[in-house]
Design a protein around this ligand. Sequence first.
Ligand code: NAD
Length: 434
Amino acid sequence: MIGGGYVGLVSGACFAEFGTEVTVVETDANKLAALREGRMPIYEPGLEDLVQSNVKAGRLSFTGDLASAVAGTQAVFIAVGTPTRRGDGHADLSYVYAAAEQVARALTGYAVIVTKSTVPVGTGRRIEEIIRSTRPDLDFDVASNPEFLREGNAIGDFMRPDRVVIGAETDRAREVMRLLYRPLYLIEAPIVFTAIETAELTKYAANAFLAMKVTFINEMADLCERVGADVHDVARGIGLDGRIGRKFLHPGPGYGGSCFPKDTLALLRTAQDYGAPSRLVEATVAVNDARKSSMAMRVINACGGSVRGKTIAVLGLTFKPETDDMRDSPALAIVSRLVGDGAAVRAFDPEGMEQARPLLPDAVVYCTDALDAASGADALVLITEWNEFRALPPARLGEAMRGRVLVDLRNVYDPVAMRQYGFTYYDIGRSTRS
Ligand code: NAD
């Protein structure tokens, strides 16, 4: 497994749990040192136990030496990052191609080189060319096996996936992949075999569709506010239709994270390059970008039109709960705007503060818990719905704060109860419950 990040580490540990011998190759010296000492470089529920038990069983190990890890293996997964390339929205494939070349040099016999990273259509072919030109003698196949796990529930998603998509073009490659995923046949998880290009595109299509769904319900939430409707009832009313489905219909401050923003942009580039532009995805990206700034405006308006000189408590910084991942979190845009407009921000996040620090303005004060963040605040904004924020006692919150403005960007609190406790409470798209 090349890359020991969210995807490589989780997939490696899960394959080991399935009984396969796995070596995870990680170039970042700090991450590698942590892994070797049994510490997790990322926060993911259940991961530490899974890693430790498989290391103990001798099925999982970590190294910085790609060549020794790859020699003699039957399958090499490339699970390195594919961030947005500066300037043009394309996926930056330099880590993927560098890994492919190193793998080619190190292989000692037939192997399937599998791309697990999210990569644009055509990458598998390019990897094949790189390997062939690096090692014209080598017997190998390439395959595409995009990963659909969600951070925060990554192990469950890997072990009990809705489906596994495998782009492979020889029987030999398909057989290796079948063997690796054999435990999933027992639980009847659908395994979809496709062409390589199809597998590559399927991942982007899935993420773009989910991003579109979130963005759609966010727009409906705005409309609900204007017409006096309740977006949760609308979501339930449409979501119970099996053709639509109930998931991903929760309104909020806009999607973020390490996947949707970069994958929608990369899909747009591919669509433009191939002369089949996707207007729907273009609109989704634009609407979501605008939403992040409009969320900061909500807070500013809730504070009477200006936050200058005000103290604002921010609960939750990560792009969703149960992760420490801050990449493209809506909190980045919201907090930066509030600080830029002169607010003093007191923030708390259960897992994300270390990753948030270099990304947020220096002036942000990081607190020990939610009540500490609320201490002396004129307004409180909930950005990420960590469970521990749901049960905050409103009375104690009120006592800690100086003001009584509460902006709930995830609709976790009961509007009636919050108003009874004297809060001026703002939520998203629930005008009928006011
Ligand atoms: P990440 O940044 O957490 O991990 C990538 C790791 O690869 C890093 O630790 C980096 O040090 C390491 N690395 C880079 N080059 C290397 C090399 N040559 N040899 C060894 N290690 C190397 O990224 P991630 O979140 O795990 O994402 C990886 C890929 O999976 C991306 O393409 C992403 O889009 C995709 N993906 C991510 C998720 C998710 O939820 N994070 C879900 C599905 C798919």
